[in-house]
Design a protein around this ligand. Structure first.
Ligand SMILES: CC(C)(COP(=O)(O)OP(=O)(O)OC[C@H]1O[C@@H](n2cnc3c(N)ncnc32)[C@H](O)[C@@H]1OP(=O)(O)O)[C@@H](O)C(=O)NCCC(=O)NCCSC(=O)C[C@H](O)C(=O)O
Ligand SMILES: [Mg+2]
Length: 295
């Protein structure tokens, strides 16, 4: 599959055996098995063992499986990374990435361990340093031979803690950083998934934040509870109307009589060839979602 849907990325504490089992039945695109902030220090070793065993055992179907390790500067980081190498998930999620060297350090260790290049690095973007160095971090994808960086995840809780910017409805204080990370990600063809909405019992607020993230261009949203799955999947999927409009644009530009046209009027609106490229992406996303749902 050339396009991989990343609409819903569900966190679950690695210490929660029930959640790990339940994950195999939930309609999410990505599972974020957490060894970091949702796991208490006295549970870290147990959580790591449990997650490594669960990933080795498999059974997660089409879901992308990602393990969030503790930082290499903590007492658990090295053991977590060894566990990741043993378990072989789709990606390791590195918390509190602050600069490109934090990505290189993980890449070097994976390469030294001869871990498959299919094991990707995802970066949590959640420190003030990462906000001002977002482009340096994303560019590490190209500048370091063997870099595996393929996705950013916004960590708005830590960002709020470290910057003291309030997490409020509409997220005005966070908007410059969210968009800066998005542009940095796109500049190097890296996916980007939005931060969590903590008030998981507030469906209306969650829907508003998903819609905002989708309008900003995020590929999906991180979630913390199964209640949030259905709305998140729906909002980050192309609507029937959008798919129909996209097919209309593609057909118009593909028509033999329009081959020498770069601009047209469709339904009273100017449409250029670049819009046909955007439309093809919408259809590709919709097809990938349909294919995944059929599995
Ligand atoms: C928030 C929770 C602690 C709530 O847990 P609980 O009270 O147990 O929820 P429910 O009783 O409503 O659960 C109903 C059933 O759903 C299952 N469940 C709940 N949450 C999950 C989950 N995340 N994954 C899988 N399954 C889940 C329960 O097991 C129940 O199942 P059943 O037995 O069949 O009835 C809890 O939801 C939770 O722990 N959520 C994840 C918290 C987490 O991982 N946080 C860390 C990431 S957030 C973050 O740090 C982002 C970033 O770094 C930043 O800085 O912003
Ligand atoms: Mg965090």
């Amino acid at each position: 599959m050339s396009f991989r849907p990343r609409r819903t990325a569900l966190y679950m504490p690695g210490s929660n055996a029930r959640a790990l089992e339940k994950a195999k039945t939930l309609p999410v695109d990505v599972l974020l098995l957490d060894l970091e902030d949702s796991v208490a220090p006295d549970q870290k070793d147990m959580a790591r063992e449990q997650v490594v065993e669960a990933v080795k055992e498999g059974g997660f179907g089409h879901r992308e499986v990602v393990i969030r390790m503790n930082g290499l500067d903590t007492p658990w980081g090295e053991k977590d990374l060894a566990g990741v190498i043993e378990a072989r998930p789709d990606a390791v999620l590195v918390p509190k990435v602050d600069c490109a060297e934090d990505v290189y350090a993980i890449g070097r260790k994976l390469n030294d361990a001869h871990a498959s290049q299919d094991l990707k690095i995802w970066a949590m973007m959640e420190t003030p340093g990462a906000m001002v160095r977002a482009l340096e971090i994303s560019s590490s994808k190209l500048e370091y031979h063997g870099s595996r960086l393929s996705c950013f995840i916004m960590g708005t809780n830590d960002l709020s803690k470290e910057t003291r910017a309030a997490l409020i409805p509409g997220r005005a204080p966070m908007m410059p950083w969210l968009m800066q990370c998005l542009a940095a990600a796109r500049a190097y063809e890296i996916d980007i998934i939005d931060g969590v909405y903590n008030q998981f019992t507030d469906a209306e607020g969650f829907i508003a934040e998903c819609e905002q993230g989708a309008e900003m261009g995020m590929d999906g949203k991180t979630i913390i509870h199964p209640k949030q799955i259905a709305d998140c999947n729906r909002i980050f999927s192309p609507s029937e109307e959008e798919i129909a409009r996209s097919r209309e644009i593609i057909d118009a530009f593909d028509a033999p009589e329009n081959q020498s046209k770069n601009v047209m009027t469709i339904n009273g609106k100017m449409v250029e060839r670049l819009h046909a490229e955007m439309a093809r992406r919408v259809v590709e996303i919709a097809d990938a979602i349909t294919k995944q749902d059929e599995q």
